[in-house]
Design a protein around this ligand. Structure first.
Ligand SMILES: NC(=O)c1ccc[n+]([C@@H]2O[C@H](COP(=O)([O-])OP(=O)(O)OC[C@H]3O[C@@H](n4cnc5c(N)ncnc54)[C@H](O)[C@@H]3O)[C@@H](O)[C@H]2O)c1
Ligand SMILES: [Zn+2]
Length: 352
């Protein structure tokens, strides 16, 4: 088993092991005194993994109640959240009990937010089942729901008690969903680790699983380091937004329908790095290597949208400070920095 200790405002561990799901009950029992848990999941994950997880929890002495919602981003909303609150109340969940998020980033985000707010906060455990959730959303304590006018607009920082990653769950994902998560793995390599980048680049979407435990371990370690230095997203954590300013603009330009998050981030990483090369701030070989790896995971380098149409949408990115943009630039593979630019300078930089 690989283990990563996160020393955030509340310390916790991320455990990575193929097959760990079947003994999650014992692991959960070690981080909580309660033997009453509310499992939250979506209908797709429910049919695949709830049985195994609930079986293991019951074996460890837990009584488990289960809330299932329809899979998909549309469910990450106040209506589902209210149904979760009602379910917790109906089942007399108390502050000393715990929630368990079994699923992708949607399940993790909404369950984490319910845990941050119900009864002013109770413990929760993450059991992420997508690559994106295993390497990104389950670690770091950002929880949220979407509003009709924008994504992740209501949320809280709430660290989990434990994160249990079973890479075997990735075997039931479609290649498109794996690729989507792999865009974030490529991002970690670009901002912090040439070694990680090289491991990812030595595979394609067809054989990525051969090194998956190592890839997850390295990605989570990078996220851990960044989050430990900047838990509340005031500085260094912005590096995790590499490819995201343009990525969010792409998602929004196409009304969140054409490009998934990972696809938009892949194109975003290419677009910003291409500009960095033009401004002699990045090596041309780094861009070539980035493009090769993006392509080998069947992710896009660009979109049909014009840069001039995307730039105004970058200003609406909630992660930008009023009139300036924190652009994340990689000067080489594994090396990144934050370049704060007034919005008009960013426009000129991107249109050069
Ligand atoms: N909190 C954070 O720091 C953070 C970071 C990045 C992304 N996010 C959020 O994460 C969400 C995206 O997460 P996601 O990509 O995991 O999406 P998701 O949770 O919607 O999962 C994608 C699809 O895969 C299905 N699925 C999940 N696990 C499966 C498995 N093992 N086998 C088969 N199907 C499975 C789900 O039912 C869903 O249909 C977004 O809402 C995003 O805002 C949060
Ligand atoms: Zn992302």
């Amino acid at each position: 088993m690989k283990k990563i200790s996160v020393k955030a405002s509340k310390p916790y561990e991320v455990l990575i092991e193929q097959g760990i799901l079947s003994r999650c009950g014992k692991l959960v029992s070690e981080v909580t005194k309660t033997r009453f848990a509310a499992l939250v999941t979506d209908d797709t994950v429910d049919s695949l993994y709830s049985g195994k997880v609930i079986g293991s929890l019951e074996e460890a002495g837990f009584r488990v109640v289960k809330f299932v919602f329809k899979s998909g981003e549309k469910s990450k909303c106040s209506e589902t959240l209210n149904r979760i609150y009602s379910f917790l109340a109906e089942n007399s969940i108390t502050r000393s009990d715990c929630l368990i998020a079994l699923g992708g980033g949607v399940v993790g985000d909404i369950t984490g937010y319910a845990a941050a707010t119900y009864l002013r906060g109770l413990a929760y455990i993450q059991i992420p089942t997508t690559l994106l959730a295993q390497i990104d959303s389950s670690v770091g304590g950002k929880t949220a729901i979407d509003l009709p006018c924008g994504k992740n607009l209501v949320g809280a920082f709430k660290q989990p008690e434990l994160v249990i990653c079973d890479p075997l769950t990735l075997k039931t994902l479609s290649p498109e969903i794996v690729s989507d998560g792999m865009a974030e793995a490529i991002k970690y390599g670009m901002i912090r680790s040439r070694e990680l980048f090289d491991i990812i680049a030595s595979h394609t979407i067809d054989d990525y699983f051969d090194d998956i435990d190592d890839i997850i371990f390295r990605c989570v370690s990078i996220k851990r380091d960044v989050v430990e230095n900047d838990e509340f997203d005031k500085g260094e954590r912005m590096l995790l937004n590499f490819g995201h300013t343009m990525g969010h603009a792409i998602e929004s330009f196409f009304h969140y329908e054409t490009y998934t998050h990972g696809n938009a981030v892949a194109a975003g990483m290419h677009i910003i790095t291409e500009q960095a090369v033009k401004h002699s701030e990045c090596k041309a070989e780094a861009l070539e290597a980035l493009d090769r790896v993006i392509t080998s995971y069947r992710l896009p380098l660009n979109t049909e949208a014009k840069i001039s149409d995307l730039i105004p949408l970058c200003a609406n990115d909630k992660k930008c400070e009023s009139s300036s943009i924190n652009a994340i630039i990689c000067s080489d593979i594994g090396t990144s920095s934050i370049k704060k630019m007034p919005f008009e300078e960013f426009r000129a930089y991107m249109e050069a």
